[in-house]
Design a protein around this ligand. Sequence first.
Ligand SMILES: [Fe+2]
Ligand SMILES: [Fe+2]
Length: 296
Amino acid sequence: MTVIYPRKFQNAMSARDILKRVVSDRELHLITLNRYRYSEQRSCKDLTEIIEQLDGQPKELIKDLSHHISDEARHAMWLTDLLVDLGADIGKPPGTSYIDEFDRLIDRESYTTKSDLEDAIIAALAAINITEKRGCEYFSAHIYALKKAPQTEENIKIRETIEKILPEEAGHVRWGNRWLAQIADKSPEHRQKVEQAKLKYAAIEQAAFESGDITLGAELRRVAKLVEVANTLPLWQRPQYLMERLPQTLLAPELQLVRVEAAQKAWQRDPQAFMEKFVPMFLNGIQKQEKTGSRE
Ligand SMILES: [Fe+2]
Ligand SMILES: [Fe+2]
């Protein structure tokens, strides 16, 4: 059976590269943790919706889902406690989030109102499974980055929280794999349906993920051009020039809001660090993109 892992961006930084940067910038770090909190909390709502739509059958799946919700609620609780302890924001994260975008891209009809209950179950399981895989990828990269980072009290606390969550997320992936494999084993038609659903939700998840990350996406090329122009200016004029033009350079204002906000905050806090840390964050992505491109 084909196992689908979230594809690493051909043109982008790996989860480890990204988390290394995130962990080195407290503000970005706290925003990222709040995004995790938001996603965990939201998944309780989404899973509850699936239980309601299943409306009593199959019992075994509903039982598993209710346990799953209890896990996700606990993850949200741990992250909320952590963020409150750290004095961080626990409001709705700015811009469009990964989970909102995933919800938007999913054709909810296809797994909620179809008369064929089995199709609906396959779709729901495939959708859950692929987001759980992404979660595991990010949490393990986050733990890795925190092990390499300065062992401050805060970093240790954050690592301990994520270390409690990760094994449960890995359990959720295994659970989804088991259910999907069981359904696929029923017949060649079932197998085909399962494989198709996996491909479909992997593609949707990838698109949602691409839209939500500050270092990824097609606009990297545009930022590269802008930086090229900025590099022709005297050093002291460059941050100002970039900040005035970044918002127009990055398309789709709502999707990009979070990127621009993160950039603006980074610049206001420390213009020199902005040039040294934030701009290379874009540039590293671009260089990888060029390297990948030249191999093709
Ligand atoms: Fe979770
Ligand atoms: Fe999970």
